[in-house]
Structures are given as C-alpha cells and as structure tokens.
Design a protein around this ligand. Sequence first.
Ligand SMILES: [Zn+2]
Length: 396
Amino acid sequence: MAQRPHRLRVISAIVAANLFGLGACVSTSPGGFGAVCSSDGVEVDMDFPGAGLHDCRQGGDGDFRLRIVHEPSDSGDINPSPWFAFRITSDTPRSLNVTLDYRGQAHRYPPWVKVGPKPWERLSADKVVLSDDRSQAKLSVSVGEGETFVAAQPVSSAEDGLAFVRKILAGHTSREVRYGLSREGRPLVGFVFGNENAELSVVAVTRQHPPETTGQDAFQAFIARLASANDLSADAFRRRYRIILAPMPNPDGVDGGHWRLNSGGIDLNRDWGRFSQPETASLASWILQETGGRPVAAFIDFHSTNRTVVYAPPVDAPSKFIGLLAHMKMRFDADVQPPPAWSYSHNPEGGTSKAWALDVLKAPGITLELWDQISPDVARSVGSVAAEAVMSYSAP
Ligand SMILES: [Zn+2]
C-alpha cells in the first residue's frame, strides 16, 4: 500500500532519534516505542488508511502511551490540527488507558470511538483527562472483543470519500475521471454529472485538509441534494448545470494521517495559482477542462475549523454571479441555527481555491467552514441548505 513507505520513514526517524540518545530503547513494547505495541491479548497499531502518525509503548502499569508525531513539515500556526487515530485489537472486552503525548502541541479533538461494527460515538468527556497545558490526554477506553478504533474524528479514508460519491451518483449519467496522480502515486479522482451541454457549471471541493471531516459531511449532503431523484428543483438544476466534484484532492495527506499538508509538506489551499504540487496543478487544469469555458456560477470548497463560518469574496467583487452570496446568506440566516458568520475578503496572493475561483473563473469562490465539533448530522444539514441556496439562485 502506498502509505507504507512514508509511515515507515517517519517511524524510522523516531527509532534513529532514540538510538542517538533521546532515552527510550528501540525494542517494541514492553519497553521502547514502536509501530505496534502488544501484550496480554491487546495490540495497538496504526496500520490502516487514515491512521495517525504515532508510535507507542506499554508501561509497566499496563497503560499504553502514544506519541503524536508531528506531520513531516511545519504548517506553522495556521489552524493546528493534531490528528490522532489508532486501532486497539483485544481478545476480550476490557477497559484500558491510553495517554496521547502531543509533544509540544495541544489536544484539540474530543476523541471518537468505534467498537467493532457499531457506529462511531464520541468518548464521554469524563473519560478524557488533560494535562494543565493540554499537551497530554489520558483516555479511558472500553473495548470489545476484536477491533476498536479511536480517532480525532470518525476515520474516513480516501477510498471512503470516493465510494460515497460513487454511491450518490449511481443511477445518474455521470463520469468518474482520474485527472492526475498524487506525489505518492495515488489516483486523483473527480466526478462530473448534470447536463454535459449545459451553459453553466458549479464546482465543489473538500478534504484539501485531511482532518476536516465535518466539511466533508457538508460536501456529501450538498451533492446528495443536487443528485436527489424525483425532485423537480434538483431535476431542473441538473438540466441547467454541469456539476464538477473534487471529493479527494489530497489522498496522501488523508490516508497518511496528516494534520494539514500533502506528502510534499505543502498546504494545498495555499498553493492555488503557484501550483507547485501535482495535486493542485492537476486539479485546476481538470476544472478548467471540465468547465470548457462555461461560466461557473458557484465554487464551494468545504473545510472545517473552530466555528462555522463562510469566507466569501467582497459583495462587489467582479463576478456576474456575485448575487449568489446575498442569496445564500439569506438561506443560511433562515435555515441554519445559529446562522454562520460571514467574512468577506479577497487576497489574490493567498493561494486559496477561493481566490483562484474569483481571479481565474470569475466565480464567487466560497470557503464553507464547518465547526469541527458539530455532529455529522448538523454538518450535513448545513450542506443541504447550501445546496438549496445554489439550486434556488437565479443565475443571470
Ligand atoms: Zn481547511
């Protein structure tokens, strides 16, 4: 699997650091940190798509300790997103303690747990004890027999993101396109549906930043609404528009457990215009190809952050479709409680998809940020309202 070399490289670096005198011994548990630790019928590992960059060891008290390895480049102070995700495999139901050591960063995400085939649930707050500086979090986890996953957000791999879109578009005339390859050689996959002879187009993107799964929840509800069957307004919309979807533009980061960056150590949503990375360069040229000169009436990039907020261009920005902003705000104010804040600006040098959409496509580029602590259901409801707004907008 393509993720392995990268993960092993990181773990090798840790082992090398240990060899050169940072204290711990190099054997796997019990004792030193390793890629897997196990004893007495319990194993902790990080060998699955979306797993965090961790190593672990088991202490003499039986508790597990995971070090959170920082992603392999510095994303600075922009929205630090210390991702964790690991698997516990047990031969019997039991309770155990796992301490997350953030090594200079602060715990951000209340943990989610998935026991066997059950759905993801938040770990109750009384099972999480933080150190005063939030650099360590001790979790008390009840596991079943077999696999239990623990993660910063419900784990959604690159393949999961694509599978969802395939399912939604089944029954529609649509096209799945491999528009490029990531740095680690994963396919970059997009989808198009709607009327191929349409005069107008819309573009939707998500998961440039790997941990931002509430943004993906909203994106998925957005496209599910546009794809609604037996619905007059959705039918009419699909006749009028070509719909271009990029659900997984950073598969290396998503499957590699990154906090924000691609495997080249670059924040893709600061790379539009520069296009120093294959992921952004090929996505932008594919979007231009699919629009085929059709005006783009809406360009929405779904993200997550510490609140639900809409980043939009100024209401007098040079786009024929700038009226979408006021229309969407009206819909959000009426149908989302509490309504999201709006922030209007345009930075042509910022490298965001939003700025590129305005400058190159002359489209109202919107970054729709979902609060990362809302439930998937609430995030989906915001995505549905965004779709209603786009469908009910009378594009000139
Ligand atoms: Zn983001």
